[in-house]
Design a protein around this ligand. Structure first.
Ligand SMILES: Nc1ncnc2c1ncn2[C@@H]1O[C@H](COP(=O)(O)OP(=O)(O)O)[C@@H](O)[C@H]1O
Ligand SMILES: [Mg+2]
Length: 266
């Protein structure tokens, strides 16, 4: 049975897509059938990070031109990509019925994939969050900057208050001081847990790493370019942490449970 992990961030440029790409590669390397869904239609382009040239994109599925299964491109052993279209309106601008359609089509994948990583657009777009809220696990990505925490808080507020999500994993990226970041997130975690009544589990604090940007220039995932690097080991550990992170058990909609009532998207 598949598990969908959603990656959210309050703003762009925090390293979310790099994380999704690299974690996806590592899940795949560990023998898990992994699918990456590029839900960021404006700035996304997981295909670029993977050096892939996908023929099919999500918009063709949504227009009914191809089936979801046919649109999934194999990009590595055990790794598949549902790519974002380029130059199209954003996922957040799709109407409710169209997003609904994708939600139901995803059901057909439940027996084919072990892990699905959803990289959706940054920020609070109601429809996007409503879609993402159906994931089994929620990871919030933030940098170690104060404004980034504020944005992360806002996302968790919406996901918890409106969609009943009670558990979050937190990944802090681009940290320039482990001790300082640890101090700040300890306080942040307390505020989040007290104010929102959710559980926030810190998955890792990822240091600033210039080689990440370099790997992108070569259109090669970092973990493939630097398999023995300390950061690759860290990312592998994060995959292990994600295996342990409890699934959300709220009464809301979940991917891959077709008995649920239709989405009521406003
Ligand atoms: N830990 C890090 N250290 C340094 N640069 C990073 C780190 N994580 C990501 N980056 C860089 O930040 C930029 C934005 O990353 P990206 O994954 O596209 O962010 P997002 O998807 O959140 O917009 C990229 O150039 C990437 O290489
Ligand atoms: Mg991105």
């Amino acid at each position: 049975m598949s598990k969908v992990i959603s990656f959210s961030s309050g703003k762009g440029g925090v390293g979310k897509s790099s994380l999704v790409t690299n974690l996806g590669c590592l899940f795949a390397q560990s023998g898990r059938k992994t699918l990456l869904i590029d839900g960021d239609w404006n700035l996304g382009k997981l295909s670029i990070l993977l050096g892939a040239r996908p023929q099919a994109t999500i918009d063709k599925v949504l227009r009914g031109e191809i089936s979801l299964i046919d649109s999934i491109e194999k990009v590595r052993e055990n790794l598949a990509l549902l790519a974002a279209p380029s130059g199209k309106i954003g996922f957040e601008e799709l109407d409710a019925a169209t997003r609904n359609g994708l939600y139901y089509q995803l059901d057909s994948l439940s027996t084919l994939q072990d892990v699905v990583l959803l990289d959706h657009s940054s920020g609070i777009h109601w429809g996007v969050l409503q879609f993402a809220a159906a994931a089994h696990q929620h990871v919030i990505v933030t940098t170690a900057e104060p404004t980034s925490y504020t944005d992360a808080y806002a996302i968790m507020k919406v996901l918890s208050k409106r969609f009943g999500i009670r558990r979050f994993g937190l990944l802090v990226t681009m940290s320039e001081s482990q001790t300082e970041t640890e101090r700040v997130i300890a306080r942040f975690g307390e505020v989040v847990e007290n104010q929102l009544g959710v559980r926030l589990q810190v998955l890792d604090i990822i240091p600033w790493e210039a080689k990440l940007a370099e790997a992108i220039r070569y259109q090669q995932p970092f973990v493939e370019r630097y398999p023995a690097h300390e950061l690759t080991r860290r990312l592998r550990r994060i995959c292990g942490e994600l295996d342990k992170l409890p699934l959300n058990v709220s009464a809301g909609l979940r991917f891959f449970s077709s008995e649920q009532p239709p989405l009521d998207l406003g």
